[in-house]
Design a protein around this ligand. Structure first.
Ligand code: CTP
Ligand code: CA
Length: 226
């Protein structure tokens, strides 16, 4: 059986995948978060394993089982996700940022449950670190893949993220159509990358997250030429 795995398109490659949402605590009973089932990240983990890679998931809280033969580190906040990813980056060939990381966290985490008082209240938030951009910018230089959830100007916004975060590839999702993405079973995507010949792209029609994951992993393998 070992020889079967060794012959996959990503044989011997060490893949780290972030998945699921992060949760940013406000007080002992409340948090802010994003919608994310973790399904896309976990599907990528299975596809990478099928391609012969060794896979390490770094996952926020989700309600789905860890794929067989994947290793999973559970995290809660964006900062914890970053800390674990920085531990793993030196032993990582391919990094896929699929998590729905909260862009902001409450500036103050109250030790006690916040009591209600006036009719209006506002929360002060502060920016979270960008896990993907930090990993992609690390000296170990893993082949870094991001996701981009956009409601408008899909290609333009995704290319901006590819550039700004120093990525090798980005998977852009149009989330203006609520029948796909997030908690749904299906997904459609535009894959964008940079290679020696300039820019490349692949439009993937609506399909299951498992099928999309297979296409993303195959494209990564192609660009890596391993
Ligand atoms: N990402 C991350 N850490 C963050 C924010 C985003 O690692 N703090 C990663 C996501 O996992 C995804 C990619 O960056 O792979 C793009 O996430 P997205 O929310 O689409 O983009 P942002 O850079 O956060 O920009 P914005 O939300 O303003 O569109
Ligand atoms: Ca964001």
């Amino acid at each position: 059986a070992a020889s079967l795995f060794e012959s996959g398109a990503l044989a011997g490659q060490r893949v780290v995948i972030t998945a699921g949402p992060t949760r940013e605590p406000l007080d002992p009973v409340r948090y802010i978060s994003n919608h994310s089932s973790g399904k896309m990240g976990y599907a990528l983990a299975r596809a990478a394993i099928d391609a012969g890679a060794s896979v390490q998931l770094v996952s926020g809280p989700v309600a789905i089982p860890v794929p067989e033969r994947a290793d999973c580190r559970s995290v809660t906040t964006a900062q914890e996700m970053l800390d674990v990813c920085m531990e793993l980056v030196e032993h990582c060939d391919i990094f896929i940022g699929c998590a729905a990381v909260a862009d902001y966290r409450p500036l103050i985490e109250s030790e006690q449950k916040i009591k209600k008082s006036s009719e209006e209240m506002s929360l002060k938030l502060t920016r979270n670190p960008d896990v993907l951009a930090t990993v992609a910018g690390h000296a170990a230089k893993p082949f870094s893949v991001g996701f981009a959830a956009e409601t408008e100007n899909l290609r333009e916004h995704a290319l901006g993220k590819l550039e700004r975060k120093g990525l090798s590839m980005i998977v852009a999702n149009d989330v203006s159509d609520s029948s796909i993405g997030f908690n749904s079973e299906n997904n459609a995507a535009l894959l964008l990358w940079r290679d020696a010949n300039g820019n490349g792209e692949l439009d993937v029609e609506q399909c299951s997250k498992d099928v999309l994951a297979g296409i993303v992993i195959a494209q990564i393998a192609k660009l890596r030429q391993v």
